[in-house]
Design a protein around this ligand. Structure first.
Ligand SMILES: [Zn+2]
Length: 389
């Protein structure tokens, strides 16, 4: 176990004590490495050999095609303009599927992301639905999240894209969601580096109620907890990249060669907000460098050595001029004064558990206790009526 305030970095990957929950064994190997070995290697589809995974996957592809029937689209894919989602769309098309691509324009797309999406849908001949978010409402929500000081402001975009995908799948009768989530480049993410579930509309609503100026959401796409429980089994999620031998850098090169795709730099930097959030806000305010998690995932899956990951951490810095431009752009776009922003950066981060959320309800069994309490309350008159003991 790590001692309080003692810096330590894993001897096998590049995770370190910036994750407050990390622990190390006697050889200095961290809990994330052990988790990868004991957990990921044993879950579906990683418990299968690559050959078995491929044959399993061809069965899934057949199932998706057979569900097409009279419908135009047989699956739905999210498209951010980044490597994982672009390659997922490319692969889906290559497999003979007819996906409906969905993009969420939250006002922060980089020029490269927009060009990549245009290129991809044109060259692959894919229909694209772009949901343009109401900017005034979204700005107010993002500012509310800044005021809350919780980590993971990106939960807003992640939740909204999921809600739009869900609504469109329902509208078009699509039964399969092909996701770009993959364990080979994103198997590690410490719990302290995000705020519960991305599906947590309860957290978004409670932070908006407390810090937003409009209190009630008008157009922001959300999925309620009950809708999720009731309807989600109907939309089957397929993590396509987990069934193939996915290599992040090879996939990127293929997109560049085959489609003329533009390399925008680091993972998730297709959005200006994400670039600034991960490259500046997280290290400055929370002492976190998310690249550690992404690079460590690549080390686990054998796509990078620890030495390469360490040198990437040194080399791939946020370029000074780009950082200056992004900072100016963000402050202006969000209507932040220098003083307001400096105050935000200085304020210590807060846990999302300080706010109402579905995750908190489940974690602390508040929902279960409430049901038991209600059941006990109802039971009393029943006892009298039926003379139950
Ligand atoms: Zn490790």
């Amino acid at each position: 176990m790590k001692e309080e305030n003692t810096y330590q970095i894993c001897t096998h990957c590049v995770m370190d004590t910036s994750d407050p929950d990390i622990s190390f064994d006697e050889k200095g190997v961290c809990s994330h490495c052990h988790h990868y070995d004991t957990f990921y290697k044993n879950i579906y589809p990683f418990n299968l050999s690559l050959e078995q995974r491929k044959s399993e996957f061809s069965k899934i592809v057949d199932e998706i095609k057979s569900a097409r029937s009279y419908k135009k689209y047989d699956c739905i894919v999210g498209l951010s303009g980044g490597v994982d989602s672009s390659y997922t769309a490319f692969k889906a098309k290559q497999l003979g599927l007819n996906p409906l691509a969905v993009h969420l324009d939250n006002g922060w797309d980089s020029e490269h992301a927009v060009k990549n999406i245009e290129l991809l849908v044109r060259k692959l001949d894919i229909d694209l639905y772009t949901h343009v978010i109401d900017w005034d409402e979204f700005r107010d929500l993002q500012k509310a999240f800044f005021k809350s000081s919780i980590i993971d402001i990106e939960i807003l975009t992640d939740h909204a894209i999921f809600a739009v995908i869900y609504q469109l799948a329902k509208k078009h009768g699509i039964m399969h969601f092909i996701s770009g989530v993959n364990f080979s480049s994103e198997s590690t993410m410490p719990a302290a580096w995000y705020s519960g579930s991305k599906l947590d509309a309860g957290l978004i609503k409670s932070i908006n109620k407390k810090f937003g100026t409009k209190k009630k959401l008008r157009t922001f796409p959300t999925v309620s907890f009950m809708t999720f429980l009731r309807d989600f089994p109907a939309l089957k999620r397929v993590d396509l990249l987990n069934f193939i031998d996915y290599d992040y850098h090879k996939a990127k090169q293929l997109l560049i060669n085959e489609l003329g795709w533009i390399d925008y730099g680091l993972k998730h930097y297709e959005s200006v907000f994400t670039r600034f959030y991960q490259g500046y806000i997280l290290p400055e305010k929370f002492g976190i460098d998310k690249r550690r998690a992404h690079l460590s995932s690549l080390v686990y899956s054998g796509q990078m050595t620890r030495e390469e990951a360490l040198s990437k951490l040194e080399q791939d810095k946020y370029e000074t001029e780009l950082l200056r431009q992004d900072r100016e752009f963000l402050l202006k776009k969000l209507n932040f004064s220098e003083e307001e922003f400096a105050k935000y950066l200085k304020e210590p981060g807060k846990s999302y558990t300080k706010f109402n959320s579905y995750t908190r309800l489940l974690d602390e069994n508040i929902l279960v206790k409430a049901i038991i309490k209600t059941a006990a309350f109802i039971k009393k008159p029943f006892n009298k009526l039926f003379k139950l003991s």
